[in-house]
Design a protein around this ligand. Structure first.
Ligand code: SAH
Length: 387
């Protein structure tokens, strides 16, 4: 490969340089960029308006599709999970989620400026949210999360992140439309900022009629410098979701190691400073764990903590993972927690589980669980080899 950035990860200006190197006219750059990012064509042979010599040169330049679909699983509720194989043995899952449940409707209404646009479109289309990964494994170490327990294997390139979207689009039904993209799969997007930001630039590029940044949500454990960077680089247009999961440092330190580095006061300051557009809200994710963070006292503390912030709260009863004994609270405890928030006027939804049977619900991504098992086997082996 002659360029540091691989073909699918190149921005138009980088394509212009690449074309110059290949002795081609600059307008070819735009053509190739649109083939990839507007039409999702990742094979130069299918770029029919390019001459054969250029197609051959692109292939010789190292143009290869960054992801291969290894498995497709469909759940009865319409959720589909694709397992993609990437370079160097990395595997990630992308989850295609039809938006039909209450919480999703509520999410949509939280962004009223989108509604006019939606009304103008064919209303029968099923809106799809796509969940993508930014890393293979994760370095953040959250105790309730399978990826966190697996540890970081490697970050994905922008090209691998974007490919998850391009490939998933091929699995949409004609009546489905990709509406929202959430960076809520494996990994911590803000711990892998450069490739994440590049992926967002590629996905939103006007040249390929990319999606609006408002339809993209980046979910983070709360890496304060990363939140500031994201806000500055995209002017607050990219949606922000924060995995809070606790109303105080005491609890949060125990379940999310990153909190010791960026405690709640600093995180709250970063959220207040995020240049959120009018009428938009930050999503607060709160995974409920039985008798860990789910008491009414914690709910009241959460209300106080979030006062004055433009937020909506997503409550997620924890999905069980093999690496942890922690579990979801009873329905009654979930309801009691939610009642405290709602009565205090916080907009708050319990996220219903989607695609449980294909193991696509957050935090229990099967691949992450698999990584945990392998890690345990390695650790056990090391232990048994000790003198
Ligand atoms: N690193 C990012 C994005 C990946 S996780 C982040 O932490 O936000 C996406 C969401 O799933 C996060 O809110 C995460 O805390 C949550 N999650 C992880 N494991 C879970 C589990 N076992 N049950 C429920 N939610 C979980």
């Amino acid at each position: 490969m002659t360029s540091e950035v691989d073909a699918v990860g190149r921005l138009p200006e980088e394509w212009r340089e690449a074309m110059q190197r290949l002795g081609e006219k600059p307008f070819r750059a735009e053509q190739v960029f649109r083939w990839i990012h507007e039409r999702g064509v990742l094979d130069p042979d299918q770029m029919t308006d390019l001459g054969k010599p250029l197609r051959e040169r692109l292939k010789a330049d190292g143009f290869a599709p960054p992801a291969k679909v290894a498995e497709v699983h469909a759940a009865a509720d319409g959720t589909r999970k694709l397992v993609l194989e990437l370079a160097h043995g990395a595997r990630v899952e992308c989850v295609i989620i039809p938006m039909t449940d209450l919480a999703d409707d509520a999410d949509a209404s939280a962004a009223p400026e989108d509604d006019e646009e939606d009304a103008a479109e064919a209303t029968e289309k099923t809106r799809i949210t796509l969940c993508v990964s930014t890393q293979y494994g994760c370095a953040m170490g959250c105790v309730f999360c399978a990826s966190g327990q697996a540890g970081l294997q490697r970050g994905l390139t922008a090209s691998e992140i974007v490919s998850q979207v391009l490939v998933s689009k091929r699995y949409l039904q004609p009546n489905e439309e990709l509406k929202n993209l959430v960076f809520m799969g494996m990994g911590e997007p803000l711990h892998h900022y450069d490739e994440t930001a590049r992926a967002i630039r590629l996905l939103t590029h006007p040249l390929a009629r990319g999606m609006s940044p408002r339809r993209i949500t980046v979910s983070t454990v709360g890496l304060v410098p990363g939140i500031a960077r994201l806000g500055a680089d995209f002017g607050g247009k990219v949606g922000l979701a924060v995995s809070l999961h606790a109303p105080n440092d005491d609890i949060r330190d125990r379940i999310m190691p990153m909190n010791r580095k960026f405690p709640i006061v600093e995180l709250m300051r970063a959220l207040r400073e995020y240049p959120l557009p009018m009428r938009r809200r930050i999503t607060i994710e709160y995974t409920l764990m039985d008798h860990v963070n789910d008491g009414e006292a914690e709910a009241r503390e959460l209300v106080t903590l979030l006062r004055g912030l433009r937020v909506k709260v997503n409550l997620i009863p924890m999905n069980p993972i093999s690496a942890s004994e922690l579990k979801a609270p009873s329905g009654a405890r979930v309801a009691a927690f939610q009642r405290v928030l709602s009565e205090a006027g916080l907009s708050c939804f319990v996220r219903t589980r989607r695609g449980d049977e294909v193991s696509a619900a957050c935090g229990q991504l099967a691949i992450a669980d698999d990584l945990v098992r392998k890690k345990r086997e390695r650790d056990a082996l090391r232990e048994s080899n000790k003198p």
